[in-house]
Design a protein around this ligand. Structure first.
Ligand SMILES: CC(C)(COP(=O)(O)OP(=O)(O)OC[C@H]1O[C@@H](n2cnc3c(N)ncnc32)[C@H](O)[C@@H]1OP(=O)(O)O)[C@@H](O)C(=O)NCCC(=O)NCCS
Length: 208
């Protein structure tokens, strides 16, 4: 999942300054109360967080690189402007440390014609394996239910433990290429990071 499919033509401004860490609005905190693992909460993104989230995405790449996806180290990285355009096209769920308000992970999802689409999921490696990634996916599933989507879709790697097997544990199933409509195959191609093989990627879906 990458930001490279961000559409051009929208303003590339940082979604504006004004939020300091630890000042998430009460309404934003309430929506996903109880979703985060111990010590963390899930909320929606607030203004002024784009650079922080981009830094998380870049550091999360280290998890994939350590698991053998070394090509990611050389793949083109989105600029801040590209990343902001990507965020503007999505609903962005943030995991933060309760104590400090520091953002440590995020998920970016948006509505498509039939599925709610999870375009990106990243967790700081230092905060990995504590249930934050699963909690962010739960928030995405919940949001999809609220808006009466039939399901959630995504593309991921087939051959790393943070790919298909991670999502399988969360109730997602691989949709074989033969059953994918052309637009989903195109999405898979668009979301394949530069240098990775599209044959190592799959579409996964889960009903909600
Ligand atoms: C995928 C990702 C979001 C998971 O975040 P997380 O907060 O560690 O997720 P959880 O704690 O909910 O789940 C952890 C499970 O994921 C897998 N996992 C996570 N990190 C792993 C690692 N470094 N090595 C092996 N398995 C790992 C394991 O199955 C683990 O379960 P376990 O700890 O019981 O063995 C995070 O690893 C990440 O940002 N990866 C880089 C980007 C990415 O891979 N995005 C999705 C695929 S395209």
């Amino acid at each position: 999942m990458t930001a490279k499919s961000a559409k051009a033509g929208k303003r590339a401004d940082e979604p504006l300054a004004g939020r300091r860490e630890g000042t998430a609005s009460k309404a934003g905190r309430k929506a996903f109360k109880g979703f985060g693992p111990e010590g963390y909460r899930i909320r929606m993104m607030e203004p002024g967080e784009a650079r922080r989230l981009l830094a998380i995405a870049r550091r999360a790449d280290a998890t994939l690189i350590a698991l053998g996806k070394t090509e990611i180290a050389d793949a083109p990285k989105p600029s801040v402007g590209d990343f902001v355009r990507f965020l503007v096209d999505h609903e962005v769920f943030v995991a933060e440390k309760k104590r400090s308000g520091e953002a440590v992970g995020f998920a970016a999802a948006h509505a498509t014609s039939e599925l709610y689409w999870l375009s990106e999921l990243s967790v700081e490696p230092d905060h990995g394996r504590r249930g934050i990634g699963s909690a962010l996916v739960s928030a995405v599933l919940e949001r999809a239910r609220w808006f009466r989507h039939s399901g959630v879709g995504l593309t991921t790697y087939t051959d790393v433990p943070v790919g298909a097997s991670f999502y399988r544990r969360l109730g997602f199933d691989v949709l074989p290429d033969a059953d994918c409509p052309p637009r989903l195959l195109q999405r898979k191609l668009a979301e394949t990071p530069g240098g990775s093989r599209v044959t190592d990627r799959c579409v996964m879906t889960r009903e909600v």
